[in-house]
Design a binder for this molecule. Structure first.
Ligand code: AMP
Length: 401
């Protein structure tokens, strides 16, 4: 079966076409600047040259049509006909409490995703645009929705509730949901497989650290706790997001600086984190370059980032009453040897010891970076959220037959 995976943002749309017979990627690409002048489609067919095309793409329906045109293009295509695509899988950020796993797209499922717009105003509306656009372009082809929040639906009430008036949970569904679920799910499974140990026997802390970042404590293969909350703002210090702070900071700053809700939201989501402290960049590559050069602001940003990450690992070791495996993944986790080194340097009380040579290797494959003496296995596992979406899509479509 050929499955098209779609990740629709407000002005972008990423795609990957899988042949699920061998889980190979036939093509992938990205449409950027949807709704703006000169939109850009970058299409990479496996084994062929990447192509870039600039045109006007005003909305997602046109974006998907252009993608399908490329997939069957004589020169750059990988399919004879669009009919070869037998299912479409969509990434949706917020599934609230309604979606505990992936689901077939039905009018009811779409209505539920719309009801969740409030909880993910930046993410769920474009996901609906992507679904509607795929339905228009590929009528009759089954579509599946895969949620970032679903894996975390196993959290217990004592973990997911905030200690605020309970009526807010009842009325407005205010609670911890957590994000990056497909990634935490995937890397924990790959880690157990790599170690050749039953998932149920392992206490795992997965560190998905990219531009956004979250940690998950995994027990019996299930999400026990995770650092993102109602929204992706809670938890770790991130590229441009603050992560945890005293909630009173928000009202204090709004009062002093006369900020509106949208201004304070923008400050915390777009102008905080590494960017705010370094004063120059949200990208960990720039921060570590600054660290090496002894630049004080970059050094402080790095130290804060590492410290906060390490505190979370410690608190999740406490939550799980121990830890067997720590997994690093996503842009920073997979690529930054220095972040991994500095975090692990201060986890010796847990019995963590990494091998500096193994830590330097880059392979794109799951690998161990802990030494033979380490009491905790420390792994780097490249994440693959698209593959999880493709697998779930295949499973749900076959189950629905
Ligand atoms: P992601 O959100 O998972 O795509 O991760 C993107 C982030 O990964 C970038 O903003 C960088 O901060 C970080 N990153 C990518 N490559 C490296 C690298 N070689 N060293 C440090 N950080 C990196």
């Amino acid at each position: 079966m050929k499955v098209l995976v779609i990740n629709a943002g407000s002005s972008s749309l990423k795609y990957q076409l899988y042949d699920m017979n061998d889980e190979s990627v036939l093509a992938k690409g990205l449409v950027e600047r949807i709704g703006m002048d000169s939109s850009i489609l970058t299409h990479k067919p496996t084994g062929k040259e990447e192509v870039t095309e600039v045109s006007e793409i005003l909305e997602h329906t046109t974006a998907i049509r252009k993608v399908l045109d490329k997939l069957v293009d004589k020169e750059h295509g990988v399919l004879n006909s669009v009919d070869e695509i037998q299912a479409v899988g969509h990434r949706v950020v917020h599934g609230g409490e309604a979606f505990k796993s992936s689901a077939l797209v039905t009018p009811e499922a779409k209505a539920e995703i719309r009801r969740l717009f409030d909880l993910a105003p930046l993410h769920n509306p474009p996901a609906i645009s992507g679904i509607t656009a795929a339905e228009k372009n590929m009528p009759g082809v089954p579509q599946v929705v895969v949620f970032d929040t679903a894996f975390h639906q196993t959290m217990e009430e004592k973990v997911f509730l905030y200690p605020i008036p309970k009526v807010l949970y009842k009325k407005h569904h205010v609670r911890r949901y957590g994000m990056h679920g497909t990634s935490h799910y995937y890397v924990s499974r790959v880690a157990a497989e790599y170690l050749n140990r039953p998932l149920e026997d392992l206490k795992i802390i997965t560190c998905h650290i990219g531009n956004g970042g979250s940690l998950t404590a995994i027990k019996d293969g299930k999400s026990y706790d995770t650092s993102m909350g109602l929204t992706p703002l809670e938890g770790l210090m991130m590229g441009t997001r603050s992560g945890d702070l005293d909630p009173a900071v928000v009202t204090f700053v709004m009062n002093k600086e006369e900020l509106t809700i949208s201004e304070v939201n923008s400050m915390l989501n777009k102008h905080s984190g590494l960017l705010a402290i370094s004063g120059s960049s949200s990208d960990m590559r720039d921060i570590t370059d600054g660290l090496e050069a002894g630049e004080p602001n970059a050094t402080l940003a790095f130290e804060m980032y590492e410290y906060r990450l390490r505190k979370y690992i410690g608190s999740y070791a406490a939550a799980l009453n121990g830890v067997d495996v720590i997994v690093f993944t996503a842009g920073v986790g997979e690529n930054s040897a220095v972040v991994r080194e500095k975090v692990c340097e201060n986890l010796t009380y847990l019995g963590v010891e990494i091998d500096p040579e193994l830590n330097k290797i880059r392979s794109g494959e799951p690998r161990r970076i802990s030494s033979a003496n380490s009491k905790v296995e420390v792994l780097v596992v490249p994440t693959n959220e698209e593959l999880v979406i493709a697998r779930d899509t295949l499973r749900i479509v076959e189950e629905s037959k």
